[in-house]
Design a protein around this ligand. Structure first.
Ligand SMILES: [Zn+2]
Length: 507
């Protein structure tokens, strides 16, 4: 099976039709019935597959400049053109066979120290019955048959190498640490989403050492693995393409013949995988920025951001703006999109695991609008006001959860906070659009900030009333509830700190 030539990527078209395509068919029937989105059996597979498409385009079709990039955005190349481009790397994309295999170790079979493990372990999975976040049922309950078809095995290998969770001594995390967050600029169809995130040649080359031009500098599995117990791999050791094609885990699938049903997607297949070889110490990456992931500096080392809470507007400004914190940077694709002057039609797709060592506590995913301002000075003042709005919501959220906890005499912080952030999200983006227009006219966002304060106070009081009454108040509790409510009001409605210090409103 070859991941360039063969059909293995599940998608959904505008008409609702579901099918599997080869990567170069992403623009197939673009005018009549375009492919809108990926449709794999698990959300983490979709998250990995979009990175496969972006990475493939980036590696084989990087545009010279913005005008080339814009040309393909508006007039996508026909599949036959993409096929011709992708063909140049097809040798590195065999899933099976005796030679180099896609994202698999070349020499493991002939080595002494290796283990053979069940193919089940390729899947990054939820922690059994104690699904902590309540959203882990996204991860498909597997059928008793634990075999994988070739397609699912390809999805699983890709997902594992991109997210590479911890796994004990010698089992290295990925280029961005275990289960990083990814921020992807989203278009109206799969082609747009894939192409928008492709950087111009010069931006891409600046991420690593573009003079390293051997195939193995791009696709590390083309040669014996640069084992991480002996050497660390930095951006100076690799071609920028390897950032998309990393190899932190040394694994190699064991293929078997026979008619079986896949334990994950349920398809019948002739070629299946029940086990794979595993060995410690794949490539040990350090200090490399991935263009799809925000980063921060810690003790002079570059680290990738991980998502530890539900994706929501609380994190919006941190994903989008590059002027908030000198030690933190949004993903390269976001800054580039801002400077390319993208329209308001694009959205931001954010996802990642909340990983605890080698097990995900949950999978977080969300889509947010992107509001872009080309003028960098205006963008700076806009982002400053946005931070005020988010900070205001954050403090109101914590006052509210404290007040509800006091009223009910119980710890309910997470539920209250989650509800507050969710229920205020739509209004936040509405105020953002008002704020943007105001800043564009040279204004200081005063009316949006005032409106936001009024809205937050009202919302906090509503949620408080709703949640404290749900408790079936006894007489003794009524006093406690009233006291907590007054304290909340004192802070959110009349408090000076929220008004002047956080939102910068006049006294
Ligand atoms: Zn399958």
């Amino acid at each position: 099976m070859n991941l360039i030539h063969d059909v293995w990527i599940p998608v959904r078209r505008r008409s609702g039709a579901r099918e599997k395509i080869a990567p170069w068919e992403v623009t197939d029937k673009y005018a009549d019935d375009p492919i809108l989105e990926l449709a794999a059996v698990r959300p983490d597979f979709n998250g990995a597959l979009i990175q496969f498409l972006i990475g493939l385009l980036q590696t084989t079709c990087a545009p010279q400049g913005d005008s080339d990039w814009r040309k393909w955005l508006n007039n996508p190349p026909p599949p036959v053109k993409l096929k011709e481009k992708f063909e140049s790397v097809a040798l590195a994309f065999n899933l099976d066979g005796d030679g180099p295999r896609f994202m698999q170790d070349l020499t493991i079979e002939s080595e002494e120290k290796k283990t053979t493990v069940e193919v089940d372990n390729l899947l990054i999975d939820a922690p059994g019955e104690n699904a902590l976040m309540g959203n882990t049922d996204f991860f498909v309950k597997r059928k008793p048959n634990k075999l994988l078809c070739q397609n699912c095995a390809a999805h699983a290998v890709l997902t594992l190498q991109l997210n590479s969770p911890e796994g004990g001594r010698g089992h290295l995390t990925g280029l961005r640490g275990g289960g990083p967050v990814s921020t992807i600029v989203m278009g109206n169809n799969l082609w747009a989403t894939s192409w928008i995130n492709v950087l111009n040649m010069s931006s891409f080359c600046s991420l690593a050492c573009s003079e390293k031009e051997n195939t193995a500098d791009k696709f590390p599995w083309m040669t014996a693995t640069r084992a991480g117990d002996k050497s660390i791999t930095t951006s100076q050791d690799i071609n920028p393409a390897q950032i998309y094609w990393s190899l932190p885990k040394r694994i190699r699938l064991i293929f078997k013949q026979g008619k079986v049903q896949c334990g994950l997607c349920g398809d019948g297949c002739d070629n299946f995988i029940a086990q794979y070889y595993l060995k410690t110490y794949g490539v040990k990456y350090k200090n490399i920025a991935h263009p799809l992931t925000p980063t921060y500096l810690k003790d002079n080392d570059l680290s990738s951001v991980h998502q530890r809470e539900a994706v929501g507007y609380k994190f919006w400004s941190g994903y989008i703006f590059d002027c908030l914190d000198k030690d933190r940077n949004p993903a390269k694709v976001i800054s580039v999109a801002m400077n390319r002057g993208i329209s308001r039609d694009f959205r931001l797709w954010v996802y990642g695991y909340d990983m605890k060592k080698n097990k995900p506590k949950g999978w977080y995913e969300g889509v947010m609008p992107i509001i872009s301002i080309e003028d960098s000075q205006k963008r700076k003042s806009f982002s400053g006001y946005v931070v005020m709005l988010i900070l205001a919501a954050d403090t109101v959220s914590s006052s509210l959860s404290k007040a509800v906890a006091k009223a009910l005499n119980a710890g309910v912080f997470d539920i209250v906070r989650q509800r507050f952030w969710q229920e205020t999200e739509a209004e936040f983006y509405r105020q953002l659009a008002i704020l943007r227009d105001d800043v564009m006219r040279g204004g200081d966002g005063l009316s949006a900030r005032q409106a936001w304060r009024g809205y937050l106070s009202g919302k906090a009081e509503d949620i408080f009333n709703d949640m404290s009454q749900a408790d079936m108040i006894e007489l003794v509790n009524a006093k406690r509830v009233a006291k907590a409510f007054n304290e909340l009001k004192k802070y959110v409605r009349y408090g000076e700190r929220l008004k002047t210090e956080i939102l910068g409103l006049p006294k």
